[in-house]
Design a protein around this ligand. Structure first.
Ligand code: VGL
Ligand code: ZN
Length: 201
């Protein structure tokens, strides 16, 4: 059992309509994370933060932005356009205890998988400063998609000095087999846990 304390933060990554079933970038079974995360938000975390993928129209990560057959690797269907319903957090997600929402992927020419840092490794969201300033030492991560935004967020959290956990049953991935992602995370000293391993006071 892992006892959750005030030095722990829950990070809820990109639980947004466009990543849910029927969305343009649906993560298979993505809505299954919502009840698990809602349960987690009732544990005594010191802080809870959420991220939103938040792209301008014509974002460089959209295949539609590039000439046909010339979309670079890592291009996606249009998704999470700033201010649209698709970019909203899922209506069923309990936001009651979320203290901070960061929006990422806002620069037109660079993508941002991590909730801490753009893929150019330069632009920061401020999440690191907020967590540190709040006395957070451990982060526990949930959300979508395990193999992209959750994994990049976990790797950055660990590199920034937070003891980092990914909550397996509170995440879903885009690729069918997550083994490679778990190997990468484990190789960086990131812990794989399940919601049932976490205990409240
Ligand atoms: C994501 C692909 C593109 C994610 C965001 O949230 O994992 N994946 N944009
Ligand atoms: Zn995106």
């Amino acid at each position: 059992m892992i006892q959750i304390t005030g030095h722990d933060a829950l990070l809820i990554i990109d639980v947004q309509n466009d990543f849910l079933p029927r969305g343009p970038l649906a993560v298979p079974d993505g809505d299954a994370v919502i009840p698990v995360i809602n349960h987690l938000t009732r544990l005594p975390f010191g802080q809870q933060a959420a991220s939103q993928d938040w792209h301008p129209r014509g974002h460089a990560s959209f295949a539609s932005t590039h000439p046909r057959n010339a979309a670079p690797a890592g291009s996606w269907p249009d998704h999470c356009i700033a201010g649209t319903r698709g970019a909203d957090l899922a209506a069923d997600l309990d936001q009651t205890r979320i203290g901070l929402v960061v929006r990422k992927g806002r620069a037109p020419h660079v993508d941002s998988y991590s909730a801490f840092l753009d893929n150019d490794r330069v632009t920061r969201t401020g999440l690191e400063y907020w967590l540190s300033g709040m006395g957070i030492r451990r982060v526990l991560i949930a959300g979508l998609a395990l193999d992209y935004c959750v994994a990049f967020t976990a790797l950055d959290a660990k590199a920034l000095g937070f003891d980092t956990f990914v909550i397996e049953d509170a995440c879903r991935g885009i690729a069918p087999a997550p083994d490679a992602t778990w190997r990468t995370l484990g190789g960086h000293g990131i812990h794989r846990v399940r919601a049932g391993d976490l205990a409240g006071a």
